[in-house]
Design a protein around this ligand. Structure first.
Ligand code: CO
Length: 156
């Protein structure tokens, strides 16, 4: 496993739309491991593949309970409610900001075994899912934030 360099806002790769993963092979499972290791090394609670320069629809999330969600080709299938909360991002080292998100989401993704999974999420997990999936479409939280403040210490 390796800790990868996290790209920072201004890098054009962060604005690209990532491509679906066609086949889960060693390269993909290794990438998931590297993403998780990088997320932990940087004290983040989520990381999307494009943040380390891989334009693939893959994210990892651990909101702090050491349950790692490895999501391949994730899609949000339902959103409910609305909540505004402060977010940060490993690719935006200098700012946090308030972003409006759905309060509850349902999503589907493929796990590393190739099984299609269904997940219901609320609270921080729901926000992390929305934040990370935005990365797969080239969207950063600063594109959506209603306010930005100099960084403190949350990282999504
Ligand atoms: Co982010």
């Amino acid at each position: 496993m390796s800790v990868m360099k996290v790209l920072v806002a201004g890098n054009p790769l962060l604005k690209e739309v990532s491509k679906p993963v066609e086949k889960i092979d060693k390269r993909i499972t290794r990438l998931l491991k590297n993403m998780t290791e990088t997320m932990y090394a940087e004290n983040g609670i989520g990381l999307a593949a494009p943040q380390i320069g891989e334009l693939k629809r893959m994210v990892v999330i651990d909101i702090g309970d050491h349950v790692v969600y490895e999501m391949i080709n994730p899609v949000i299938t339902k959103k409910e409610g609305s909540v505004v909360g402060s977010e940060g991002c490993l690719s935006v080292p200098d700012f946090t900001g308030d972003v409006e998100r759905a309060e509850y989401v349902e999503c589907e993704f493929t796990n590393r075994q190739g099984e299609r999974m269904f997940l219901q999420a609320q609270g921080l997990l729901a926000i992390a899912i929305q934040h990370e999936l935005d990365h797969l479409d080239g969207i950063l939280f600063i594109d959506k934030a209603v306010s930005l403040v100099p960084r403190q210490d949350e990282q999504v």
